[in-house]
Design a protein around this ligand. Structure first.
Ligand SMILES: Cc1cc2nc3c(=O)[nH]c(=O)nc-3n(C[C@H](O)[C@H](O)[C@H](O)COP(=O)(O)O)c2cc1C
Length: 217
């Protein structure tokens, strides 16, 4: 394994380059090869117990993006970006879901579902003792991990992005028919390329100093 500093990705510079893009260049689209890498990054997001209680709804249809922008509190990013990802949680989590997940572990790792009995007990126990409302919050929190992963991956690939909570969830769910897919929208990520007139690109980052927020013990 390569482990010298000069061969590592300069992650801090990538993270300084990124910013919450307010104005996308509507004429630019993310190419398929780059987009596929971003989808892979989303799928590789870790989740609690590995349960992945999400789906990523990718909207590129201009008509639908425009319709969604109208439900985004006057924010233009959903209409002008190249790809809008509506990070959505499942509306429910039950024993069937857990069973399918265990089957996929067994298949991927060439083992049997029976050998995963203890893990199954842990997962079904978690699902059984957690209220619907707590499960929904838990699933939403997992969605935010995907958002963070997507933002960092986009920065490394020099794709601009804007994380967005400023939207009408009910309105999005209706436009995208999410309830009938067993989904509810949680958070958005608009991706594409910054417009050269976006003055936010040159704003200094406002962050607490490392010494204020990192506590060494
Ligand atoms: C979960 C989340 C939701 C956000 N929602 C919006 C939004 O609706 N509209 C927007 O323009 N920016 C939104 N932002 C961007 C933040 O305002 C921005 O990330 C923060 O001010 C730091 O600036 P920077 O990302 O440019 O470094 C959101 C950021 C996060 C992480």
């Amino acid at each position: 394994m390569v482990n010298n500093l000069s061969s590592q990705v300069d992650i801090v510079n990538h993270l300084k380059w990124r910013y919450a893009t307010k104005k996308f260049d509507n004429s630019r689209r993310i190419d398929q090869e780059t987009w596929s890498k971003l989808e892979e990054s989303l799928v590789l997001t870790p989740s609690s117990y590995g349960l992945q209680p999400w789906k990523f709804v990718v909207v590129t249809d201009q008509k639908v993006k425009t319709q969604l922008a109208e439900k985004s509190f006057q924010q233009p990013q959903p209409a002008d970006c190249s790809h809008l990802v509506v990070i959505s949680r499942l509306t429910s989590m039950d024993h069937d879901y857990v069973e399918k997940y265990l089957e996929s572990i067994a298949e991927t790792r060439s083992t049997t579902v029976e050998s995963l009995g203890a893990y199954k007990g842990m997962l079904t126990g978690f699902v059984d003792r957690t209220s619907q409302s707590d499960l929904e919050h838990w699933m939403s929190r997992q969605c935010y991990i995907a958002l963070g992963n997507l933002l960092t991956s986009a920065a490394v690939l020099k794709v601009d992005a804007c994380p967005m909570e400023g939207f009408d969830k009910k309105g999005y769910d209706e436009v995208l028919n999410l309830p009938e897919k067993g989904l509810a929208s949680v958070v958005l990520c608009a991706l594409g390329y910054r417009d050269s007139s976006d003055k936010y690109a040159s704003h200094e980052k406002v962050r607490h100093p490392v010494s204020d927020v990192v506590i060494h013990i």
